[in-house]
Design a protein around this ligand. Structure first.
Ligand SMILES: [Zn+2]
Length: 291
């Protein structure tokens, strides 16, 4: 039997492109690429997918060959938080594409330490202290909201804290501290996408809305109370694209494998019970599709 994540592919069920297509590519983990009018925005691109052995040895480094093979143009890179499986490749992507990085103070510190020109780095956390943060990248409008990380490690956020001192770029999992967490709304060509890079939502910081496509992080969902129901109530998504359910210790070259502990069938059932009309599913790995 085909694996569940293939049975619930959204492609073909979305109605395909309208007049001006927005092309979406799932990069594995919480990584997504959105392309419209030849402008590209990346979310949490993590392509290196270091093996478990390398993570345990503290030998984390971007794989330049893999990253350049899979990332061509990028105009902006959004960092939802600074765990290694979200940010490791961001400095390399920024240096090679000259994209602007939008992220927390931790993300900014990391990028500058890793050779990204300061003019390419926007500290959204600092900006949000003064109010809202909205920016435009080509046809994209991006709005950032303070968010939270799921408490997936015995009720706690794993590797919490800030990347504060970055004289040397971290090579250990624990060096990549979480930093501030953001939820990001993207509006382009009359459609709304919403990226939740961790399975948590801070309702007080996001005015209630209706989005077309929600990129939902599966990892940690069972640790966040009623998260499918809360997300449906607050964001009213038309479709939910599931991300970060894959075993990211396997390299990009291998077929994608779901982590069984993440209970994809149960999660989909919960979304459907909360909103029977919502489409919930996955995208093909690394393949650009119109949404
Ligand atoms: Zn994380």
């Amino acid at each position: 039997m085909r694996p569940f994540h293939e049975q619930i592919r959204l492609v073909g069920a979305t109605g395909g492109p309208t007049k001006q297509p927005v092309w979406v590519r799932w990069l594995g983990t919480a990584g997504f690429s959105l392309r419209a009018d030849d402008h590209v925005v990346l979310f949490d691109p993590y392509l290196t997918r270091a093996s478990l052995g390398r993570c345990l040895r503290g030998d984390l480094r971007s794989d330049a060959a893999v990253v350049t093979r899979h990332v061509g143009r990028a105009d902006a890179v959004v960092v939802g938080h600074t765990h290694f499986d979200h940010v490791l490749d961001v400095p390399l992507v920024a240096r090679t594409t000259r994209a602007t990085v939008f992220g927390s103070t931790s993300a900014a510190v990391l990028c500058r330490a890793d050779g990204v020109p300061p003019s390419q780095v926007v500290d959204v956390e600092g900006a949000l202290r003064k109010g809202t943060f909205v920016t435009e990248v080509g046809p994209f409008r991006l709005e950032f909201f303070p968010s939270a990380h799921s408490r997936l490690l015995l009720g706690r956020v794993p590797v919490a804290g800030e990347i504060a001192d970055c004289d040397a770029v971290p090579t250990t999992v624990t060096g990549y501290r979480c930093g501030a967490v953001f939820a990001v709304e993207v509006t382009v060509f009359g459609r709304t996408f919403f990226h939740l890079g961790s399975a948590e939502l801070v309702e007080e910081s996001v005015p209630k809305r209706s989005v077309d496509t929600l990129f939902f992080t599966v990892a940690g969902w069972t640790s966040s109370r009623e998260i499918p129901e809360r997300v449906v109530r607050h964001l009213s998504p038309r479709q939910v694209v599931l991300g970060h359910w894959d075993d990211f210790f396997r390299p990009l070259a291998e077929p994608v494998h779901a982590l069984p502990a993440l209970s994809l069938p149960r999660l989909r059932d919960r979304f459907h019970a909360a909103a029977p009309s919502v489409s919930v599913g996955t995208l093909p790995f690394l393949e650009e599709v119109p949404l």
